[in-house]
Design a protein around this ligand. Structure first.
Ligand SMILES: C[S@@+](CC[C@H](N)C(=O)[O-])C[C@H]1O[C@@H](n2cnc3c(N)ncnc32)[C@H](O)[C@@H]1O
Length: 376
C-alpha cells in the first residue's frame, strides 16, 4: 500500500503528519479534551506509555506553549460560529443576552510533565522522558523524583506524596490478534497504570486511560467508581469503530477514608481495608458472577463502599466524543487537490520489530532473495 492510499484511507494519519503530530493518537486526546475539558487548572501531568510522544506533544502545546488546540480550539470555533450567526441576525435565543469570547490560551507557569515508556522517546522540550516499565514498583520513586528533584524516598513515603493533577495512560501491548489474550494483557497494563495513579494523584485529580472493552469491563467501572466521583467511557471519533478500544475518563479522585495506596497490595487486592476497626471496606478482588434468568450477568464485587446504597452493579455512562464535523476514522476520504504525501513526523526510535526487519533485510526481504533463493 502506497503512502497516498494510506493517507486516503486514514484521514487522521494524514492530518497527524500535516499538523506535526508524532502519531494519529494525538487526535484521540484532543477529542477527549473537547468533551471533558481535561486540562483546566492542571500543571502536574504524568503521561504513561507515552512513546512515540503525540500525547506529550498535546500536553506541551496546551500547557507549556499555550496553543489553542483541543477544548480551547473547539470553544473558539463555537464562538466564531455564534458571532457569524449574530451578524446574520439569527443568533439562537439563549445567547442573545450576551456572547462572551472564551479566554485566550496562554502558557502556564510551573508546569511539570513526565512521560514514561519502555521504549526510548525522542526528546520534547519541557518534558522529562523516562525509559521505564510502568508495571515495576521502582518506577514510582523515579517519577516522583522527576516531578520534584527534592523528593527523597528515604524520608518521604510514596503514600505521603501526591503531587499529580492528571495521569494519562495510552498503554497497549503488542497485539497478537488473539482477542482474549490481548484484552487480558491490556487489562494488566491498565491495572498497573491505575495503581500508579492511586499512588501519586492529588485528591480531586483525574485519570484517563485506554481500555479494551472485554466481557468483565463493568467490574472495572465499579472498582473505579469506588475511588473516583466521575467515571465515563468514551470513544473519540478518531478511534476506529471497529476496534474494541475506548477510553475511561475518571474525574475527582476521592480515595475512601483509611485508603492507603500501596504497591504491596494494589487496590487492596490482597487485604481488605479496615474501617472503624473491624468493618471491611470493599476494594478486594473477591468477586463472583451470577447469570440471571434473563441472561444478564451480574458481577458481585466484594462488600459495599460507604457511598453506594446496596446496588453494587454500576454501568459507566458512554459518550462518543469529537466534533461531528471531524473525520470518521473508518471512512476513506478524498484527498485535497494537489495533495503531497508527507513522511511521518517521528519514526519509532527502537521499535521491538526493528531486529526482525534488519534480519529480513539481510536475507533479501520477504519478496527478495529469500523467494528467489528457494526457487519459488
Ligand atoms: C499506543 S502506544 C502509545 C502512543 C502514545 N500515547 C502517543 O501518543 O504517541 C503504546 C505504548 O505503550 C508502551 N508500553 C507497553 N507496555 C509498557 C510498560 N509495561 N511500561 C511502559 N510502557 C509500555 C509501548 O512501548 C508503546 O509505546
Amino acid at each position: 500500500m502506497g503512502k497516498s492510499s494510506k493517507d486516503k484511507r486514514d484521514a487522521y494519519y494524514r492530518l497527524a503528519k500535516e499538523q506535526g503530530w508524532r502519531a494519529r493518537s494525538a487526535f484521540k486526546l484532543l477529542q477527549l479534551d473537547e468533551e471533558f475539558n481535561l486540562f483546566g487548572d492542571v500543571t502536574r501531568v504524568v503521561d504513561l506509555c507515552a512513546a512515540p510522544g503525540s500525547w506529550s506533544q498535546v500536553l506541551s502545546r496546551i500547557l507549556i506553549q499555550g496553543q489553542t488546540v483541543g477544548r480551547a480550539a473547539w470553544e473558539d470555533k463555537r464562538y466564531q460560529e455564534l458571532r457569524r450567526l449574530r451578524e446574520a441576525g439569527s443568533l439562537p435565543e439563549e445567547y442573545r443576552s450576551g456572547l462572551c469570547a472564551p479566554p485566550s490560551s496562554k502558557p502556564r507557569k510551573d508546569v511539570k510533565i513526565v512521560a514514561i515508556d519502555l521504549q526510548p522517546m525522542s526528546p520534547l522540550e519541557g518534558i522529562t522522558c523516562l525509559k521505564a516499565d510502568i508495571t515495576h514498583p521502582s518506577t514510582i520513586p523515579l517519577l516522583l523524583k522527576a516531578l520534584d528533584p527534592s523528593y527523597d524516598p528515604m524520608s518521604t513515603s510514596i503514600e505521603a506524596s501526591h503531587p499529580v493533577d492528571l495521569v494519562l495512560s495510552d498503554g497497549a501491548p503488542d497485539v497478537t490478534g488473539l482477542h482474549d489474550l490481548d484484552i487480558y494483557v491490556q487489562s494488566q497494563l491498565l491495572w498497573a497504570a491505575l495503581n500508579l495513579a492511586l499512588c501519586v494523584l492529588k485528591p480531586g485529580g483525574k485519570f484517563v486511560a485506554k481500555i479494551f472493552r472485554g466481557k468483565d469491563v463493568d467490574l472495572l467501572y465499579a472498582q473505579l467508581k469506588v475511588v473516583f466521583e466521575g467515571v465515563t467511557v468514551s470513544k473519540p471519533r478518531s478511534s476506529r469503530a471497529s476496534s474494541v478500544e475506548a477510553f475511561i475518563v475518571c474525574t475527582d479522585f476521592r480515595p475512601p477514608r483509611c485508603f492507603r495506596a500501596s504497591l504491596d497490595s494494589p487496590l487492596g487486592a490482597r487485604n481488605t481495608l479496615q474501617q472503624n476497626g473491624d468493618k471491611d471496606l470493599a476494594l478486594s478482588t473477591e468477586r463472583s458472577r451470577i447469570t440471571r434468568d434473563d441472561g444478564i450477568i451480574e458481577l458481585i464485587v466484594g462488600s459495599e463502599p460507604q457511598h453506594t446504597d446496596g446496588d453494587i452493579r454500576w454501568i459507566a455512562p458512554f459518550l462518543a466524543c469529537g466534533d461531528l464535523s471531524s473525520f470518521d476514522a473508518d471512512a476513506s476520504h478524498k484527498l485535497p487537490e494537489g495533495h503531497v504525501s508527507l513522511d511521518p513526523v517521528q519514526p519509532p526510535t527502537a521499535p521491538p520489530y526493528k531486529t526482525a526487519l534488519e534480519e529480513r533485510k539481510k536475507m533479501g526481504g520477504a519478496y527478495g532473495k529469500t523467494k528467489l533463493g528457494t526457487g519459488i
